[in-house]
Design a protein around this ligand. Structure first.
Ligand code: SAM
Length: 281
């Protein structure tokens, strides 16, 4: 596929972008190449979410993964994608599905491909963070995730304690992944242009990923703590948790309960979650 023809393909098939599906199509080949540039995908299993008309798909196929599974919700793109030519060493499968409702490992094994996989995607922005959180449950099978999202979401994913962007998303994701912002993209790279800049993030599962029950508790604790972001911890967590447990957390982890949630680092939240999960919180 040639990028210069992408616009005419969209026009020919009358494929206007659906706002409800977060559709902003990448028209800039160099951006797609930059997304894939540092990934060694040859011979690997790769999953693309939301291929749309296939600009990123085309570049992914050129990287010659052993298997590329594309999951697209919008039926209109399925036939266009089926016309793509695969490199000889790549098996390419398109599944029409809502990525929010699929377990990627299960889907891969239904296609005879068990084992680790990379996710690469220009994500639909309206469900991007929800997808990232859901993928944590399959983290042991994930080699890497490279995703494009709104720049402000990537800011929240990579935020450090004490900053305005630091919150639940940073704490939960950084407890599970090492996260790096790769580069930013201006709205003109897309049709239609989004209102905001975008950013590409690279996530690599940490070696010490917490147990699933600890991650679940971390989600609950950060919800309690950041529900009242401006309140002191004793007024949020202190009121939501059983008093003896809250005192145990403060004593064991040396937490000053007059501090605000954004002042606690991810290690402290994780340590709290480890203690609380033993108490069935
Ligand atoms: N990859 C294409 C590109 O870069 O030009 C399209 C990216 S567009 C931002 C997001 C794509 O995700 C659209 O093709 C949209 O139809 C698809 N999509 C939206 N919600 C989805 C969902 N829940 N599951 C799977 N695909 C979805």
């Amino acid at each position: 596929m040639e990028f210069k023809h992408l616009k005419s393909i969209l026009e020919k098939h009358n494929l206007w972008a659906k706002k409800s599906l977060g559709q902003h199509f990448l028209m800039d080949e160099s951006v797609c190449q930059k997304i894939v540039h540092n990934l060694d995908l040859k011979g690997q299993t790769v999953v693309e979410i939301g291929p749309g008309p296939g600009s990123l798909t085309d570049i992914l196929l050129k990287a010659e993964p052993a298997f590329l599974l594309a999951i697209e919700k919008d039926q209109r793109f399925i036939n266009i994608l089926k016309e793509f030519e695969n490199p000889v060493n790549t098996a390419f499968t398109i599944v029409q599905a809502d990525a929010l409702n699929v377990c990627i490992s299960k889907l891969l094994s239904e296609h005879g491909k068990a084992g680790p996989y990379h996710i690469v995607a220009n994500l639909p922005y309206n469900v991007g963070t929800e997808l990232l959180i859901r993928w944590i449950s399959d983290i042991e099978n994930i080699t890497s995730i490279t995703v494009m999202l709104q720049r402000e979401v990537v800011d929240r994913m990579t935020a450090l304690p004490g900053t305005k962007d630091y919150g639940r998303l940073a704490i939960v994701l950084q407890s599970c992944f090492d996260i790096q912002e790769l580069f930013q993209i201006s709205p003109e790279a897309f049709i239609p242009p989004p209102k905001v800049w975008s950013s590409v993030a690279f996530l690599k599962p940490r070696k010490d990923v917490p147990e699933p029950n600890v991650i679940k508790t971390l989600g609950k604790l950060t919800n309690m703590a950041f529900c009242y972001r401006r309140k002191m911890l004793r007024a949020s967590l202190g009121k939501s948790l059983p008093l003896t447990l809250w005192q145990k957390l403060c004593d064991t982890l040396n937490i000053d309960e007059t501090r605000r949630p954004e002042e606690l680092d991810t290690h402290t939240f994780l340590a709290m979650a480890q203690i609380c999960s033993k108490e069935q919180i």
